[in-house]
Design a protein. Structure first.
Length: 260
């Protein structure tokens, strides 16, 4: 356990319905505005320069919900890692609500990432020795927020994604869909200004994937985070108000213009 001195969570109520709350419950918090200008990423391999991304341009307005589709190998995951500050571009600018990210030092960047950005990956990356509740508490504990507050927020968001009766279960005791719901709850527990997802339903069956898709849409509506999802799943992409296609070199274009 994270802290045996903590009081146990309250007895779980009956499992909540999947439907989200009424529109009046929508959070007033607004997501981040993100501006990418001239972003390039190069690697040196065997003495040769390999250009993965070249001159990428993107504007995300606060609260945008965008899907990025494209063939394997065009640089979608690299793009997402850079946007999430897990890697740095070789050249170019990334501004987050007007603040330049590429000039931040590693420590400041790590603090910024934990505070402002949520991640959901194809593989849930849950810590196997901790319960669902403890996994979701991690971002708040890293920020040194009060444990009681973090516990309550984690329990609340787990209830929202339909896991109020799974708080004390470890990842090995959860289904694949439940594990991904925990990962989504962990990403959203601090209401990040930007939520990034990389193939979030890639390992799930169709029915479970559709449920996770719907949760993304509902949580975006309720909590207002700017959201960018990289996916091969066109059904998920169609649920987004805006879909872009990445082509060679990382160029992004409206999906309709390149669909043919």
């Amino acid at each position: 356990m994270i802290d045996d001195a903590l009081p146990p969570p309250a007895a779980a109520p009956a499992e909540p319905p999947a439907a989200g709350p009424a529109p009046a419950a929508r959070a007033s918090r607004v997501g981040a505005q993100v501006d990418i200008v001239g972003m390039c990423k190069e690697y040196v391999h065997g003495g040769r320069v390999l250009s993965v991304l070249h001159g990428v341009e993107l504007h995300l307005a606060a609260g945008d919900m965008v899907a990025v589709v494209g063939a394997s190998g065009v640089g979608k995951s690299t793009f997402l890692q850079i946007l999430g500050t897990l890697d740095l571009p070789t050249r170019g600018s990334i501004k987050f609500d007007g603040e330049e990210l590429t000039t931040m030092g590693p420590e400041r960047l790590a603090m910024f990432r934990n505070r402002k950005i949520g991640f959901v990956f194809q593989f849930h990356h849950l810590l196997p020795e901790f319960t669902a509740l403890e996994n979701v508490m991690m971002p708040g504990l890293i920020q040194r927020l009060p444990k009681a507050q973090v516990r309550q927020r984690a329990a609340d968001i787990l209830g929202r994604v339909g896991l109020s009766r799974r708080l004390t279960h470890k990842p090995s005791e959860l289904s694949g869909g439940e594990q991904q719901r925990v990962a989504l709850a962990r990403a959203m527990v601090l209401e990040p200004a930007l939520l990034l997802a990389d193939e979030p339903t890639g390992n799930l069956d169709r029915h479970t994937g559709e449920e996770i898709h719907q949760l993304f849409v509902e949580l975006h509506r309720e909590r207002g985070s700017t959201m960018l999802v990289v996916t091969h799943n066109l059904e998920l992409a169609r649920m987004m108000p805006r879909t872009l296609k990445m082509i060679d070199g990382g160029q992004l274009a409206p999906y309709e213009e390149v669909a043919a």
